[in-house]
Design a protein around this ligand. Sequence first.
Ligand code: ATP
Ligand code: MG
Length: 355
Amino acid sequence: MSLFKEMLRSGESLFRDTVVLDYDFQPKILKYRENEQLRFAAAIRPLLEGHNGRNVFVYGPPGIGKTTACRHVLKELEEETDEIVPLYVNCWKENTTFKVFIKLCEDLGYKFIQNKKTSELFQLIQQKLNKKAVVFIFDEIDKLEDLDFLYTLLEDIYRKSIFLITNYRDSYSELDERIRSRLAPEFLCFRSYSEAEISGILSERRNYAFSQQSWDEEAFKEIVEKCAEAKDIRAGLYLMKEAGNIAEEKNSRKVLQEHVAAAIKKADEFRIKPMAGLDEELQLILNLIKDNSNSKIGDLFAKYTGLGGQMSYKSFQRRIVKLDEGKFISTEKVSNKEGNTTIVSYSSEKKLTEF
Ligand SMILES: Nc1ncnc2c1ncn2[C@@H]1O[C@H](COP(=O)(O)OP(=O)(O)OP(=O)(O)O)[C@@H](O)[C@H]1O
Ligand SMILES: [Mg+2]
């Protein structure tokens, strides 16, 4: 039986190391984000000099290196000094004060903490952190159910920098005034990558993930184009991995255009950041847009009030901006005889998360 013979011909896999294509893989060098990393470093610098650090509010669309750039800076910091404790929390997973404190305690090396109260957990955190300086990264902050922990940290941890990351610029104005005035952050907007930058990033990942000369250049270009359309690096990583798998299944020695085409077809089943991450009102508006794609914003608002929606037009507009920033929809400003308006469309390119 030679069923596996083909597959087992040693050393002939197209892949060299698929881990490199994982979304949370940390590349050694992070190109095109040098300025952003310098901004993080500058905010942390006062901590190295014995002062209080500065805080940064980071925002920008999905899949463009916000998390990766922040973590990169933490890693370098960790390699340089023991005096500053780096702590990273993904608030999508840890979405309450209690869960955030549990995570911080775990990262600080505490055990047997599940039965402790929130205030007891914080005492433990304070004990360790107030002997040193600390950099907190709170990622995906728009997913938090309560922000009490932030207030507590701002008040009772002495030497710190806090970085908040989100897709939504608006998340800042949604913060409690007491938090905002204490946080007083610098704002750092991550812009999308250009097609040339996307090509640079993906070809570097490709060179690590695949064996040499395993890609037809035209096939690779198509992946870059598709990724540039989606504006999310994860789309490119997903497509490279899928196309590679399909090529292997077909026992091809190279990844060809036909394999990329098949991968793109499959990509329609991309797993997306679930709509459940949006609050009820946003979901309602998103559904409305889904059913009335390519409508004028005024018409959508009329439909929304028709359904019993209570929001003012201004708030409605802000929600539209938010959905646009999260890439759930796209908007286009147009002007005609009647004046200016915005056309709102449902987006089929959505946020990618895991394979
Ligand atoms: N400059 C870069 N060089 C190499 N890889 C990059 C670069 N920028 C982004 N990536 C890769 O793209 C993927 C997505 O990046 P990341 O997770 O940092 O996005 P994000 O901006 O935090 O997105 P989201 O808002 O959805 O959380 C990761 O796999 C990351 O390694
Ligand atoms: Mg992220």
